[in-house]
Design a protein around this ligand. Sequence first.
Ligand SMILES: [Fe+2]
Length: 390
Amino acid sequence: MGNMGVRLARQTCEWFSFAISPSHRTQETAMHPPIRRPDTLRPDTLRPATLRRRSLLAAAGAALFAPGLAGAQDRTLAIYSSRHYDTDRELYDGFTRQSGVRVRLIEANVDQLLERIRAEGANSPADVLVTVDAGRLARAQEAGVLLPIRSAVLDQRIPAHLRDPDGAWYGFSTRARVVMYDRAQGLPAGLARYEDLARPEFRGMVSTRSSSNIYSIGWTASVLAANGPEATEAWARGIAANLSRPPQGGDTDQIRAVAAGQGRLAISNTYYLGLLHRSARAEDRAVAERMAVLFPNQGDRGTHVNISGAGVVRTAPNRDAAQAFLEYLSSAPAQSIFADGNMEYPVVADAQPHAFLRSLGDFRQDPLNAARMAALSPEALRIMQRAGWR
Ligand SMILES: [Fe+2]
């Protein structure tokens, strides 16, 4: 897994689709500008990179997660990824060591990747698409870009609610959408569920991002799945009424706002607190120190989670190697790298989350299927907009 200190120091956050969330990239990656590789600063540039090959180490472990790849030494797996984490390269190196298959990495935001695959047509070299958020994976599936596969390894390793029922995509790490608060102020009494956030006693306390953001959409889709459209619209009205300020910025901005006394309840994915915790900047670490986390709905359906995931491209020239790569991603060592890279939760039981996430404690996850959440997303957005959640 390489040197831990170096690896942790090089973390960055993913680029996001400009169409969906133009503010996310600048707001949230601004947290670590000095440690981003210069060549990833231009997301509009599709950047191929042939990764190191360590074929001498290819034998061990290959039998379990990458069996029978004929002619592996002569092949190159093309991975199209919108996850721009330096540590993902360790994953690709690990796959090459196991399988002997080289990896060529194309990085861009997911809309650019989908457009490129479409433009390349039947001749596309793309084998695997890697991205974050079930909604984006479902969008790739709807665009006809993904090839459903059957894999006993993936069916056994990946929990059913974190993969597409047809096998078009699989989740390899999760992020939980939680409530963060200043531990000095404490959690306001009576707050234990997402539903509570809409109650009048929490007026002026909630700091969250806009309704058009894909995290807001997925979160609201999970409320919609649990409570139905009428209750969800009433809830969204309550959220809009309880905001501490007009929705703005990314998750890190919500955390910073609450730390600065603007609102008391920040809605954020867990990994943003982890990134602040291990930031090179002392003021970021001080913010992380002040915040505590509520995992909502522990007494009922559980806390909403979304996924990072991947699927085999329909026109993949190397289908068996692409499937072997997905199976490799479910191995315990790969899971640790995949999840630690952005401080997300691994999806398999035999891989540990990062120590910081473990320090937040165990929690119950909402078992809502990620595909169902994605399917409810358009309605969730309409509900939020009708409710006046900007
Ligand atoms: Fe993010």
